[in-house]
Design a protein around this ligand. Structure first.
Ligand code: S3P
Length: 256
């Protein structure tokens, strides 16, 4: 089958060109990350991705393939951001702060921007115990929860290049802070009692706060914990009146 052999040969040649081009593209993306770091430029540029996508699909002769090209380019963007993320942030990005300061939402968003793995210590504890945090507190008590929490902190701190959102009480234990700092930089998200109240009022299944906590209750707990949070933090970001995207951009600027 001469024709088949010829086609396969041509496909192999294209594959080898593709490999070389992808390799080259990824190296260039790392170069971009280095320049951005040196010049403190914004890391994530959604408009640039849109432009690249448009250029790619515009030059396509067979428009039926545009869905395919878009899928491939989305994958290229994700991998390219991951390489840049690993290069720029060769450690864990650890989020701490009081309940309702936005650790989980901000953590998920930043992990997506940098194509890094996201871990939420509370969700991991819930998965391991097959129970909600509230149920764990009610059934086994806080001391049991804190032991689980410490185990999870040790486990998630083994590797780097992750975004780790920690339960609000993690930094009360100095050993947890030391473990997290070995491979991570700790970012403290802060908010006023008013902001926290507005956020927890929407959904409060937090065992350490009453069902509908008033400002005094929140303020008291915040004051009790403030010193622990501040001592643990490498970077502190105020989150009041800011969108998740704004908080993430500020965080990236501070980290670089
Ligand atoms: C806690 C905060 C909670 C959860 C647990 C204890 C705390 O996490 O870990 O209810 O001690 O502040 P969030 O801060 O994510 O709500």
């Amino acid at each position: 089958m001469k024709a088949l052999d010829e086609i396969r040969k041509e496909i192999s040649q294209i594959d080898s060109q593709l490999v070389n081009l992808i390799e080259k593209r990824m190296h260039l993306a790392i170069g971009v990350a280095e320049i951005k770091k040196e010049n403190k430029l914004p890391i994530y540029h959604p408009n640039r991705e849109k432009e690249v996508m448009k250029l790619a699909t515009d030059q396509l002769a067979d428009k039926k393939l545009s869905g395919l090209i878009q899928a491939i380019f989305n994958e290229i963007f994700t991998k390219s951001r991951a390489l840049q993320g690993e290069k720029l942030f060769p450690y864990n990005i650890v989020l701490v702060g009081f309940m309702g300061t936005g650790k989980s939402s901000v953590g998920q968003h930043i992990a997506k921007l940098l194509s890094l793995d996201f871990i939420d210590t509370d969700r991991l504890i819930e998965e391991r115990e097959n129970m909600s945090i509230k149920e764990i507190f009610n059934t086994h008590g806080e001391a049991y929860f804190r032991r689980l929490e410490k185990m999870v902190i040790k486990d998630v701190s083994q590797d780097k290049n992750k975004v780790i959102s920690c339960g609000g009480g993690v930094v009360i234990d100095q050993e947890n802070v030391e473990i997290l700092k070995e491979k991570g930089r700790i970012i403290l998200l802060e908010a006023t009692a008013d902001t926290i109240k507005a956020r927890v009022d929407k959904n409060n299944d937090r065992p350490l706060l009453s069902e509908s906590p008033n400002l005094e209750e929140i303020q008291k707990k915040l004051d009790d914990r403030k010193a622990y949070y501040r001592q643990s933090a490498d970077i502190t970001i105020n989150t009041d009146c800011k969108s998740i995207d704004e908080i993430c951009q500020e965080m990236l600027e501070e980290l670089l």
